[in-house]
Every structure is written in C-alpha cells, then in structure tokens.
Design a protein around this ligand. Structure first.
Ligand code: AMP
Length: 419
C-alpha cells in the first residue's frame, strides 16, 4: 500500500506507522502505536496530515474512523477505512452472517451459540453432517476458524471456545457453519458507502506445504488474475454478492468509506461468501495493488467525497504472482534476528520486493517475523510471473529461508509427458 501511495502525484511526504525497512525506502517510518488513537491524533495534528489510510483491521474494529470523525481537529482529514459499525463485517462473524441473511447474500447455512444455548449447540453439532466449521465470533488474529472432521473433535472444540474461552471474549459466541466444498477466490472493492469500484481479483495460498498441504499460515503467496474468475462468474459475484453488500450498507445507514474484501468460495460455479474483511488482505494486496494502474490517492479522494461513480479502474493486463519467504519452523515457533543477504540486488523492472517481518539492526536488515518478505513479479501468464519471482528469491538468503515453489500450480499448463 505504501509502495502505491508513494507513486501518487499528491503524496508528499508519506509517513508509515510503524513501518519496516521496506517502507523506509518509500516514506518516513514513525514509531507510533497504532492502537493508541490519541498518539495518532497528536501526530496528525502536528504534521498537518491530510489523508489517513488504515491498513489493519484492529484499529478499524476499535473505532478509529469514528474517533477521527468526532474530533473537530481531525474530521477534515481524508480518512480511508469504515466506521466501527461497518468494520463489524469483519469484527463479528455473527453480525456478518445476519447482514448476509438480511440482504439475501449467498453464504453457508449456520447457527449462533453462546453459553446460554450451549446444550442446544452440542445437540446441533451431534446431528450435523461432517465436516463442520466453527468460527469464533470476534477477532482472533486469523486463528478463530476451525474445520472439524468428526463429531468428537467438533464438540471438544465447541467446548474449548465457549466454556474455556479459547479465543478470549472473541469465542464467547460461536458461529457453527455448514462446510462448503469448492475453490476459493478473493474479490476486493473500494466503496464510498454508496458506489463502488472493483479491484483485480486474487487467489491466495494459505497452507505451508507444496500442493496445499500442512498447517495454515498467514499466506504463502498469491496470484492475480484468477483464471476461473471468468466474466460470467464475476458477473454473478457482482450481482449476487458485491451489489447487495454495498446496497445493504447504504440502506442500513452504515458509514463505510474504504475497502471491502469478499472471501468467496465457488461451489459448482456459484459464489458464496465465506468471510468479509474491512480492509485489504495480505498477501493478496501484493498482487492486486501492483496491477492497479490508477493513482490510488485519487481513488481515495473520490471514495471520501462519495464520487466513486465518476471513476474508472484501469488494470494492468499482465499476471502478477507473489511468493512469500518465511522463517524455518513457521507457522509454529521460529527464530528471529537472522541476517538477510541479497536485498541490494537489482530485481529488474518485472519484480518488486516487499518486506513483511523484517527490521533494521546495526545498519543491516534481519528477520523479525514468520513471514519475512515476498517478491511480486509480472509476467505474460502466471507461469512466467512465478518463475521470475522464484528466480529473484534465489538471490536472497537467510538461515532457514523457506518458500513454496508451486504458487499458482493449478493454473500452470503441465507439459504432457510423451509416451
Ligand atoms: P476465515 O477466517 O473465515 O477466512 O476462514 C479461514 C478459512 O477457513 C477460509 O479461507 C476457508 O478456507 C475455510 N472456511 C471458512 N468457512 C468455511 C466454510 N463454510 N466451508 C469451507 N471452508 C471454510
């Protein structure tokens, strides 16, 4: 996001809070605690900030948009991100499900349970077909969804969530949902609360292992465009999901100027919503934003002013693929502070290096997280783009560096073996 905002003719200067050594090359990192709204307010007033773009969900769910709107000294600032009410689309799975029910948006059948109707929940699980999906209602750092493949596991997990507060207050309420079988797709809109523009779609790869095996991660790579997102399928997505969502927000008077992420699953060619996010998702952003040709600050101004109906999104026709390099052991325990070599390589104009879990130590860059960095490359097709990213990653090194070499594998034509 900082990479894109930095390209705008209107950006001068760009501050990133808290940022990392990658964003330091695009603007000025400021060591602000993004949970501390007063500190952010003070900074914005002192530096005469004109636009604020919120990246992560937590400050949005905690009401940073309302905080800005209700403050005389801040309310003129172009603010990109929904109100606390709007952010409930991500902040409460139950709110999102009820919203979808009210607006007839296709989603998996479900029930909600708390300690009040716990016994009924156990009975519901016992009678339900397997697999079944349990979702903590609130934010749980991306870990609140558990897919259970037998009844014993489902009931044990249900007990952990509700009775043992496995995810704290977030799992006081649990959404129990039918399991949908299909291919997943991420769709992104920017909305002003009434109109919207669609950004390029993407598909991410969540499992740690090659061939989509092993534990779930924050994302090991992503591709855009997604070959099965044909114009016919995307038409269904817009008519059945995107329009009813934006119209629903408008009808319910929910203040929403920002991104909506639609986590979809295609079941026999029909889209169903698995989740909403109230911001851009990672690592999809690293392929969606590089394909966007518009000045993004121009889009943000139009969103703030309620003028997205006057905007046309232009998209780079090329494919973009990002491959994420992670720490040895991730998503379980991993070491930090390992020196990263090869970052000064010239990656060519087809490739972009984005930092994730990195930090500066004594003038050099070291690992500082499970997901360390990624390389996005453009190509005439997914295969070409992924090969370029893999090539570029071979110049970078740190102890225990691991990445998947099969991102986009379902979309790469296999060469028929002869004989
Ligand atoms: P969420 O945090 O809601 O994105 O869920 C995490 C992952 O769980 C999703 O990306 C899906 O792979 C999976 N998932 C969630 N809900 C369902 C469902 N109803 N059916 C099948 N898979 C699901």
């Amino acid at each position: 996001m900082a990479w894109k905002i930095n390209q705008s003719v209107w950006t001068n200067p760009l501050y990133i809070a808290p940022g990392n050594p990658g964003t330091a090359q695009l603007g000025i990192n400021v060591p602000l605690d993004i949970a501390d709204f007063n500190a952010i307010a003070g900074f914005c007033i002192n530096e005469k900030i004109e636009m604020v773009v919120v990246g992560p969900e937590e400050p949005l769910v905690n009401g940073i948009c309302d905080f800005f709107k209700n403050n005389e000294e801040l309310k003129h600032i172009y603010f990109v991100g929904p109100s606390k009410h709007g952010a409930l689309l991500e902040g409460s799975k139950a709110f999102a499900k009820e919203f979808m029910m009210r607006h007839n948006i296709p989603t998996a059948a479900y029930r909600e349970f708390t300690s009040e109707n716990y016994e009924e929940g156990v009975k519901y699980l016992q009678d339900h077909s397997i697999p079944i999906v349990l979702k903590a209602d609130g934010l749980a750092a991306g870990k609140g969804v558990v897919i259970c493949y037998n009844h014993v596991e489902a009931i044990a997990e249900f007990e952990l969530m509700i009775q043992q507060s496995k995810f704290g207050d977030a799992s006081k309420k649990v959404v129990v949902e039918e399991f949908l079988e299909g291919i997943e797709l991420s769709v992104f809109a920017l909305t002003d609360g009434k109109h919207y523009v669609l950004l390029p779609e993407a598909k991410d790869y969540k499992r740690i292992g090659v061939g989509d095996t092993g534990l779930n991660t924050g994302g090991m790579g992503a591709v855009s465009p997604v070959p099965f997102a044909t114009p016919g399928f995307m038409h269904k997505v817009e008519e059945r999901v995107v329009k009813p969502t934006i119209n629903g927000l408008h009808k319910e008077n929910i203040d929403y100027k920002g991104f909506v992420f639609f986590g979809l699953i295609s079941v026999n060619g029909d889209p169903y919503v698995i989740e909403y996010n109230c911001r851009m998702g990672d690592p999809e952003t690293e392929v969606v934003i590089p394909r966007l040709e518009n000045d993004i600050v121009g889009l943000f101004v139009a969103a703030f002013n309620g003028e997205l109906d006057k905007v046309t999104v232009r998209v780079d026709e090329r494919s973009a693929v990002t491959v994420m390099a992670v720490s040895k052991g991730y998503p379980l325990a991993y070491e930090k502070g390992l020196a990263i070599h090869g970052l000064d390589e010239k990656f060519g104009k087809e490739s972009l290096l984005f930092h994730a879990g990195t930090k500066e130590k004594d003038g050099s860059v070291v690992t500082n997280g499970g997901r360390v960095l990624c390389i996005t490359s453009y190509g005439d097709n997914i295969e070409e783009a992924v090969n370029t990213s893999l090539d570029m990653l071979s110049y970078i090194h740190y102890d225990g560096m691991y990445y998947r070499n099969d991102i986009g594998y379902e979309f790469i034509k296999k060469i028929e073996s002869e004989g």
